[in-house]
Unconditional design. Sequence first.
Lengths: 153, 428, 463
Amino acid sequence: MNRRSFLKWSWGAAGLLALVSAIGVSLAAVLRFLMPSVFYEPPQAFKIGTPADFPFGPPTFLVEEKIFVFRDRDKGFSAASAVCTHLGCTVAHFQSDQRFHCPCHGSVFAADGSVQHGPAPRALDWFEVTLSRDGQLRVDKNKVVPPTYRLMV
Amino acid sequence: MNLIREIWQSIVRRDRLSTDKGKSELVFLNVWLHIHPAKVKREHMKFSHTFYLGFITFFLFLILLTTGIALMCYYRPYPPQAYQDMKDLEFVVYMGSFLRAMHRWAAHGMVVCVFLHMCRVFYTGSYKKPRQFNWVVGVVLLLLTLGLSFTGYLLPWDQLAYWAITVGTNIGSYAPLVGGQLRELLLGGHTVGEAALLRFYVLHVAVLPSLLILLTIVHLWRVRKDGGLSRPVWKLKESKLETLVTIGAPAETAALQAQPAVTSKTYGLMEVVTGKPIFETVTPEEEEDTVFSYPYAFVREALALMATVTAIMTISLLFRAPLEELANPAKTPNPAKAPWYFLGLQELVSHSALLGGVVAPALMVVALLAIPYFDRNPSRQLTQRKWALGLFTLFVVVNLVLIVVGTFFRGPGWALVPPWVHVVGGAE
Amino acid sequence: MERRLQQIFFALSLLALALIVAAAWQANTPSWKTYQHKFYELEAQGEPNAVAKAAVLATPPEIHQQLLTGLQRVDRCTTCHLGVEDPTMKDAPEPFRYHAGLGPHVPARFGCTICHGGQGLATDEESAHGKVDFWPNPLLTKDYIRASCGRCHKEGDVPGVPELTEGRRLFETQGCPGCHKLNGVGGSIGPDLTGEGANHRSPDWLERHFLAPNVVSTGSAMPNFHFSKDQARALTYYMLSLTSEDMGTYYSSVRLIPGPEFGRQLFVEKNCITCHNIGGVGSKTGTDLQGVAQKHSIEWLDEQLVNPELVYPGSSMPAYDLEANARKALVAFLSSATADDAQAIISRRPRPLTPEDVAIEAGKQDFARFGCVGCHGTELQGGVANPNAQGGEVPSLLHLSDDYTKDEVLAIIRNGRVPPMDNPNGAAPPLYMPAWKKVLSDEDINRIADYLWSKQQQKKDSW
């Protein structure tokens, strides 16, 4: 391209550059548009009620939140994920053997969530349980804690 | 490096663009660009010839297509969630209200531009032989555009939507014999309800856009095959009646072979076909008046595109798309108005249901479709088409007046109220 | 030319870039982000150390929403009102202030708009507070928020909202159901009020309307009841609470545990003491009610109150139309009632009632409950304006016996009557006597007629 023809089309080239950046910003904006700003699903951090709402002994299964809430007389509260680490099925807690069983591919998790049988690649998650200022228990699924974690009330 | 070069060459096969060959190959080796001729007449690129209305309409449709697909990701077509989704677009979705406004204003713009495009084609006489059928396709595209706008009108499920569609579909139900059933078929019920919303949604996002795209392809293809853009009226030679033959035309038209072939350039399957193509033929002196589509035509189209996009974006930044209360079948706003482009009909219906609901729309559609076959005057000179121009202008003016009256001059109870008079809402 | 076109193309592309950036900027800077930032700054002040401060300040901005499927609402108010559940924000400026006294009504369960009104889905102040076009339900002002309690607490006494109870009482005693339907019961002269609260009339309008119906609503047939300001307010509360919205089981099953005080009130109102006695004090016609709540199950007592005939065939006890909560309240009262209570109730009466008095009293209560008093007046005085009817008003019922036999009156109640017109060519009078035979049982109608006749006699006596 010689100098003359460059001059001839330089404005067009600049326009094209501006256009490409406008398209770039637009694409980014559309991607951001598609990222949900609100979720129509149970929030990741939520209050589950007052400590008195939970019995000692067998865990309370919260259907929507998909967690088991354990209350131990000596040790306090803990919350386990009910989502199998293999492919996301909901596990059941058997009172008879104190273990978690996944109905999909037969994974079995011990009482502390560790894998005992089946294809599950890792242990069940345990979530942080805290006491919020208004006296309710709060579970935050964003915060994974070791299985030994307990909230004493 | 050789590999990169090879990959590049496997994609782009044309010569360099500095050569004439490269410029033509850019057009006709590219599936998207080859709807253009490789070379265009200078006169066709003149803004005052077409006002680029066809392009603008097409670009508006592209805006509608892209924004529409984006909006679909946040829309559930059942009440009252549909309305909640509008609120989400307005309040929480990133740029949701902007995209919705773009979709809304582009839709109105498209209705306007299709209509203006039709007027331009009429006034330049471009619907005349050999372009009669493309005019018909164009009229159908106009109807499809109205249909798309009308079906989209219901989707927000607010009071505006609900009552506009209730009134609009009732205009249609005045058609004799089948009117009621037609309305039921369209609404999937006797009133505008859940079934109607779903049907309008299906029509709006699937049926009508597909038809519109298919017919647009036919429309553009026909523009090329009918000889490209029609010649500007001012370029027409006085009373030069062109005699034309369709490619592969039956034998009896072969008489037209008599025209000397040497003065004109012919395209097409020259070995097989007798006669000239139907194109307005290009004489050698005219040949000199052409330029390569690249870059001359493309720059102008890009300009039209950018002007359209920026105009819609500016309007959308300044004005939000309207959204009223949740649809409430128990509470009719006073007055309840159909979408603005149907207000002419509603105005007529307010005087005579038969006239506005049946006679006028049927007559309008039939008349529009029949224009190229009914108007046998071959001349495209304005001075030789006084009747046609007069009638069409009357049609346009009456339509506009009725729409303006219906939009701005009709108050509560469909009473005649000038827009500058503020009517206080009726007593509760 | 080509150069100029390129320049325009460049300019337009640049403009497009600017526009899309402007749109993105607009989308990036909603007002709620500013509020959240201010809130976290406020919260950080209360944190002890720099690390905690930084952590609070680093909280990413996000929209908070309460999904209230049972209430068919989504409330995003807590996006800005971040301190609603945080007691340390007791003295914070709005919109961050703590909401004291929520009790069980936690935002996660109830949201905000069910009580406060406004637009829960919105995320900017004007829209959220509903002070915009096309949102018919703006925030209720402080004076009227408590009216919303009645949306779930539909029966009995709502503690802290005497207006609601008073409004409901006025509605039932001043004859409103004579013209207005509520939940399918009532006359058809006026509009159905079942979903009145959802019509989003302004409280101010309602209140003015009750004080002067046909001034506010021109041409309304509704008589002026000469309510006091307090009564108009109470009725406004009641109207605002009326909703046909589906509240979901969790909310509609919310019941206040009815107290014995309400039961005692009912016991007096329904004249139970005229037939019954408690520990021997009162009438011996009916049973002794002392310890009755201990003798029978709650279900049995409930059934007895709903349908005495079913429990004791041939029982002379009338079936009182009591709502579930009222029945529970009565039982609660009876479980602790003693002879002293009965004595106290009797001593308040000017003279002891006879069973006949009670029948007439029941007729009077029917006369009020089915809304006859709306037009004919609590003292049968009539006098409500009824343009173009003979005499121009609803006639007094105190001289019925001069013109009609009792059977004729029964027939008029059953079949209704359109008043004769003053000017036969004029508009029909707005008020007329509806036919009651499909609404009332013959027993009710007879009772009402007895009541009317008792008043006639009194009139003659007084002459």
